[in-house]
Design a protein around this ligand. Structure first.
Ligand code: ADP
Length: 691
């Protein structure tokens, strides 16, 4: 028990440090992983800050966006949206587009609402109706009717409209000079026709038409024509209407014959108008503006024509509109695509060294402007209030994603693999060592017990016969045994006991030699039959004592002449003696023990066997009975004599002769031990050898 607890402590002293080291190893592996992550976060944040700096410099530069056409948006309209600031008031109403004031929402269809005649007195009303009716008839009459109406000094819008029709009629009747003079008078007016068209624009368009005719006949200088085109364009932009597009188209027709230069002037006017159109349309579609917070300036994303736009409302100088007290904002609009393109270009061109495992996602005012949200956890986030094209544009944020964790953790994984492997190997070695030590310890305990049982058995085997021999010898010596038959029986008994004792001692000595590896065999040619018969005879007295009969049985080929084998006769005899002794011990009285030899007709092997009709051996003991010190049953009961070494000696002797021992036994039916040996030893026919 004491030895056991000492052993347990020793094992714990070995296993506990191994377990402790393994746990410490696992903890440090986890720490290693955390350290790598923390370091990656730091690196990502550093990179993010540098990138943020570059991005805000790029987007915030007042030259942004670089003046180049946007590939997906042909035509000038989109760039014009951000190059022309437009003014909105505090309530989000569009006040200007470009440098000119405009009505904003004009009708898309002609209004066709006749002027109310109630504005005229009875005479003027009559003259107006007459003039309008005369327009359908003869030209001079119509001209006179209009002159008469104008002379009555009617109020607006009748006056301007009549003047315009008068000019058109004059031009139609060939009075070009007068027509032009009249049209020039109309230029500053802001009146509309009955169909809702601005008169000033119509007047200038008409002048342009007349002058193109004049230029064709060389009656005016081209510079005058150029001035007329510019006047028309500026008025068309200033007073947009549903007909502006058609007027520009007609104007193009009137100028295209006179050279590229005039055409370009019309086209640039048309482009400016189109840009204003877009601004108006955009403004209308994003109305109402999102609720404004404390800050007067505002940034928001708006959707227009299926595309997102960043809208910046930047406080503007109210003097722009000569209304110093109003709160005004310049509306600046940037297509998301343009911002996206700049960010993409910057990310791919930057000399900034991005950590290989990091992928940035850029957000402007909470809208992602990098291609797609990268996968992986966010290692760091950096943000700052940024500007776009020099105007405050809300928050610019960069999320740094861990896009390639395999790259980041590659080295750490390798370390974990090797270190983890070492931990597992160390732990497994500790465990295997512990189990092996425990098994060895158990085996040692069992062996110790067997050894002490062996000593007890041998002592017992020696003490009892010695005591009987001594008593009988003393009786004979002192003459207390007088009858000659009794004396004879005593002598026989003494001889038998001495023979058995010497056999036991021989066994013990042999066992000791085997244990110390000092057992040698003298191999010589031996007559097998003779050996078997002699051994059976030798054991006969022992069998007689227990009323057991020994029969010798020779199987196989003829025994004439004698069959000889190369073996140590004494050793094989000792093995046979042990087997016969066991058979006698385990045989019931009056039973037969067969000692035999089998000589096969062919082959180089023969076998010796000992068979009894005893109690038999359970199958699970067939192997163990050949172990040293093994004895069946409890030592206390001592059912048979013996020390538990007989069969182990048999096995050793037989194996030293390159043979095998087999057992066939069934409980209740008896046992048969067979020794199979080679007839001749390889390497020599019959010389005396020692092994
Ligand atoms: P022992 O000195 O006890 O005979 P052995 O090594 O010769 O030691 O035998 C070991 C055990 O094998 C015996 O204790 C016995 O139980 C069993 N044994 C051997 N021979 C026989 C047999 N012929 N019949 C039954 N049991 C046997």
């Amino acid at each position: 028990m004491n030895g056991k607890s000492t052993f347990t402590w020793q094992c714990l002293l070995i296993v506990l440090p191994v377990l402790f080291l393994a746990t410490a190893g696992i903890v440090s592996l986890r720490k290693d992983h955390e350290t790598v992550t923390v370091e990656a976060r730091r690196t990502a944040e550093r990179f993010g800050k540098q990138l943020l700096h570059l991005l805000s410099a790029e987007l915030g530069a007042s030259s942004f966006p670089a003046d180049e056409p946007f590939p997906d948006q042909p035509g000038p309209t989109i760039p014009a949206l951000w190059t022309h600031g437009s003014i909105v008031d505090g309530d989000g109403n569009l006040l200007t587009v470009g440098p000119h004031q405009a009505p904003g929402n004009y009708a898309r269809q002609p209004a066709v609402s006749p002027f109310s005649l109630e504005l005229l007195d009875a005479r003027a009303a009559k003259l107006w109706v007459t003039a309008r009716t005369a327009e359908q008839g003869e030209k001079n009459a119509a001209i006179s009717a209009h002159q008469e109406f104008i002379a009555s000094d009617p109020p607006e819008p009748f006056h301007s409209n009549a003047q315009y029709t008068h000019a058109v009629l004059l031009e139609a009747s060939g009075q070009t000079e007068r027509a032009l003079d009249l049209l020039r008078l109309l230029e500053p007016t802001s009146e509309l026709t009955e169909t809702g068209l601005p008169l000033a624009v119509l007047a200038r368009f008409h002048s342009l038409k007349i002058l193109s005719h004049e230029l064709r006949h060389g009656r005016i200088h081209p510079t005058d024509f150029d001035a007329a085109i510019r006047d028309f364009c500026s008025r068309a932009i200033e007073y947009p209407s549903f007909a502006t597009s058609s007027l520009f188209a007609l104007a193009t027709q009137h100028v295209e014959d006179f050279g590229e230069e005039f055409l370009l002037t019309v086209q640039s006017g048309q482009m400016a108008w189109a840009a204003d159109e877009n601004t108006r349309a955009f403004h209308k579609s994003v109305q109402p503006f999102p609720a404004r917070d404390e800050m007067p300036e505002q940034t928001f994303w708006a959707q227009w024509n299926g595309m997102p736009y960043l809208v910046l409302l930047v406080e503007a100088n109210a003097s722009v509109l000569r209304t110093p007290n109003a709160q005004l904002f310049e509306m600046r609009v940037f297509p998301e695509k343009v911002i996206r393109r700049s960010v993409r270009r910057l990310l791919s061109n930057t000399s900034l060294q991005s950590p290989p495992y990091v992928e940035p996602a850029v957000f402007l005012e909470e809208r992602q402007i990098t291609e797609s949200e990268p996968a992986g956890e966010v290692l760091a986030t950096v943000e700052e209030t940024s500007a776009v094209a020099g105007s405050p544009a809300g928050k610019l944020r960069i999320n740094l994603h861990l896009a390639a964790p395999a790259l980041l953790y590659a080295q750490q994984r390798q370390r974990a693999f090797w270190f983890g492997g070492l931990i597992v190997v160390a732990a497994a070695t500790g465990l295997i060592g512990y189990v092996t030590a425990q098994n060895a310890f158990r085996r040692q305990l069992r062996l110790n017990k067997m050894k002490s049982d062996f000593v007890a058995s041998v002592s017992h085997e020696l003490r009892a016969p010695i005591a009987s021999v001594r008593l009988m010898a003393e009786g004979l010596e002192h003459g207390t045994v007088q009858q000659p038959e009794k004396q004879q029986r005593y002598y026989r008994f003494i001889v038998q006991e001495c023979r058995r004792l010497s056999a036991l001692i021989e066994n013990v000595l042999d066992f000791s030699r085997i244990e110390q590896d000092r057992k040698f065999y003298d191999i010589e040619s031996t007559d097998i039959m003779e050996l078997v018969r002699h051994t059976a005879d030798l054991m006969q007295p022992c069998a007689d004592e227990r009323s057991v009969r020994i029969e010798v049985e020779i199987e196989g080929k003829s025994t004439e002449p004698a069959v000889e084998a190369d073996l140590d006769g004494k050793a094989i005899q000792q093995a046979l003696v042990n087997l016969i002794d066991n058979a006698i011990k385990h045989s019931p009285p009056k039973s037969v023990v067969v000692v035999g030899c089998r000589l096969p007709a062919e082959g180089d092997r023969f076998s010796l066997f000992v068979e009894d009709r005893g109690e038999g051996i359970p199958a699970d003991e067939h192997k163990r009975i050949f172990e040293r010190f093994y004895r069946h049953g409890s030592e206390l009961r001592r059912e048979t004599q013996g020390a538990g070494i007989g069969l182990s000696i048999v096995k050793h002797i037989v194996e030293a002769h390159d043979g095998t021992v087999r057992l066939r036994s069934r409980v209740g039916e008896g046992s048969r031990f067979t020794i199979e040996l080679p007839l001749h030893r390889t390497g020599g026919s019959n010389p005396k050898t020692t092994i």
